[in-house]
Design a protein around this ligand. Structure first.
Ligand code: ATP
Ligand code: MG
Length: 543
């Protein structure tokens, strides 16, 4: 099978040498928040790799920090994964394995490979050494096996307070890799766990639990992000020294970073708590629940994750690249409709019918393009941006004395403008060319501009919401997050929309002609058109 990335090269090599004969991965979130775009990348990689090799992918909840984890997050994570269309083989929780992990820690003690240490967290940090200096051995390092077993048992039975004692692996305080300098593998923590309740007051550390949980699930390739590269020797040490029979392999890849986007859960949480956004599912949030609410198609997100590939070095991807895939998907899949964000009134003075039905293209990209009916009358609204009192040269939209085509309708000419007392535009008086109907234009008049419109006699009020990024752009990159916040990321317009936009209900995505892609919401009987992405594709592929 052809390898698409370096992980597949590793797998191909292992398969050919018989080191493995199957592929079993897992997606390992900690249920301490909502998933974001970065997790989508990891999901696509774990589920995608398993699928490619006809293997399995588990959902694994890494729940070894009871103080931060909640069932609310477990459920939200499952929902997000289902939205992306991935099907896990089995669900496991680190907490399901706590008994086994505990007895493997006891095994290490019995083998003289772990000891109970009374140093405080600060003392441990201060004796760990640096990149250039070795660490200092703990004075408790040479406790007898019996004493260690008894103390570990006392830790488990609640005889000690938080942080009073820890269990450390006895490896090498002189190791060039700081993670190997007698790392803590168990800690005392009196906290109620979202699944095991108050059964435990000792919890294994990530570096100890994770390799064991991988092994017990039958994981062959434990894919994680680059910051765990330095932890791999410890991962392997745990596998070797606990003597577990199934030996997984850890492989690291580069985290996904996006311009204008913050992905750390800590910051996202801050945004929610400070009320800078409406919640985890605010359409501006890079969470999967936010993207779903925004109207981003799961297919577009997956395509993006596939196309950016898998790298070994960290980099930043342009957010416009993701938008490109969203647009691409919706261009094919979303129906067209018209809405006006900043209306000006147009009266067609020579139109003497009450109204007439015209044909409107549902989606010109459909294999068999369909039409729907749209009603035209003498009373219209157009976008205030589509008219200019002082037009620059080559202005092809509407100006006094100029012609423009109304989409799927007629050519009109602006004859006069009525102004308000303050000089703003009150109304445009126009005439239409009766023989210029789209599809049957015999007028012979050539116009360069086509604009969208709505019928003032039957349109509905709509709140049009447009979004900017939550984080400011590249020139702010590297600056503290609070300095990069864009506090002006929603713009709300009281617009007018075709009634058709209400007829398919809530949660439907449309291309609003010349504006962009929008999703419908209905609140208090009012239509809200919420921007998914603008029309303009600013993504330029790198050469
Ligand atoms: P955060 O720092 O946002 O809290 P995390 O790494 O703590 O993220 P986990 O719940 O531990 O979040 O992550 C589950 C999996 O998703 C891990 O394998 C992690 O490496 C991966 N992951 C998290 N963020 C990214 C990202 N930006 N790009 C790729 N993979 C990611
Ligand atoms: Mg984490």
């Amino acid at each position: 099978m052809e390898a698409k990335n370096f992980i597949e090269e590793i797998i191909n090599d292992e398969l050919s040498r018989g080191v493995v004969n199957e592929v079993h991965t897992r997606f390992p979130p900690e249920p301490n928040g909502y998933l974001h775009i970065g997790h989508a990348k990891s999901l696509c990689l774990n589920f995608g790799t398993a699928k490619k090799y006809d293997g399995l992918c588990n959902l694994f909840f890494d729940d070894t920090n009871p103080s931060k984890e909640k069932t609310e997050f477990v459920n939200a994570i499952k929902k997000d994964i289902e939205w992306l269309g991935f099907k896990w083989h089995e669900i496991h929780y680190a907490s399901d394995f706590f008994d086994t992990i505990y007895s493997l820690a006891e095994k290490l003690i019995k083998d003289g490979k772990a000891f109970v240490c009374d140093l405080s967290a600060e003392e441990i940090r201060n004796t760990r050494g640096t990149l250039t200096e070795p660490g200092v051995e703990s004075p408790y390092r040479n406790r007898s096996i019996e004493e260690n077993l008894a103390l570990f048992n006392d830790m488990k039975n609640g005889k000690f307070g938080d942080g009073e004692k820890v269990l450390r692996a006895k490896i090498d305080m002189k190791s060039p890799n700081i993670n190997m300098r007698d790392p803590v593998i168990y800690r005392v923590l009196h906290a109620t766990h979202h699944r095991t309740g108050d059964k435990w007051c000792v919890y294994p550390m990530y570096d100890f639990a994770h390799p064991l949980c991988d092994s017990m699930q039958g994981v062959t390739h434990s894919i994680c992000t680059l910051e765990f590269e330095d932890h791999r020797p410890l991962y392997n040490w745990v596998i070797e020294n606990t003597g577990v029979s199934h030996k997984p392999r850890q492989i690291e890849f580069a985290r996904l970073n996006l311009t204008n986007t913050v992905m750390s859960k800590r910051y996202l949480k801050k945004l929610v708590e400070e009320g800078a956004v409406e919640g985890w599912d605010d359409p501006r949030m890079p969470t999967l629940t936010g993207l779903r609410n925004r109207g981003v198609p799961a297919e577009a997100l997956k395509k993006f994750c596939e196309e950016i590939g898998v790298a070994k070095a960290n980099s930043e991807i342009e957010i416009s690249y993701l938008e490109h895939f969203i647009r691409d998907y919706l261009n094919t899949n979303a129906e067209r409709a018209m809405a006006i964000e900043s209306p000006i009134k147009v009266t067609i003075t020579n139109y003497d019918k009450i109204s007439e039905d015209l044909e409107f293209d549902v989606n010109p990209n459909d294999e068999e393009p369909k039409k729907r009916q749209i009603t035209f009358s003498k009373n219209l609204f157009i976008e205030s941006d589509d008219f200019s009192l002082n037009p620059p040269p080559k202005y092809f939209r509407l100006k006094v004395g100029g012609y423009v085509r109304l989409k799927n309708a007629y050519i009109i000419k602006c004859d006069d403008v009525i102004l308000n007392d303050d000089g703003s535009i009150k109304e445009l008086l126009c005439s239409y060319l009766p023989n210029s109907r789209s599809g049957n234009d015999t007028s012979g008049v050539k116009v360069k501009g086509t604009i969208h419109w709505v019928n003032a006699d039957n349109c509905i009020d709509a709140e049009i919401r447009k979004y900017d990024y939550l984080l400011k752009d590249a020139e702010y990159a590297g600056q503290d997050f609070s300095l990069r916040m864009n506090y002006d990321s929603v713009k709300v317009f009281n617009g007018k929309a075709e009634p058709y936009l209400l007829s398919n209900g809530e949660g439907v995505s449309y291309q609003l002609l010349r504006k962009g892609y929008y999703k419908t919401f209905i609140k208090n009987n009012k239509l809200i058109l919420s921007e998914i992405t603008s029309m303009k594709d600013s993504f330029k592929p790198k050469q």
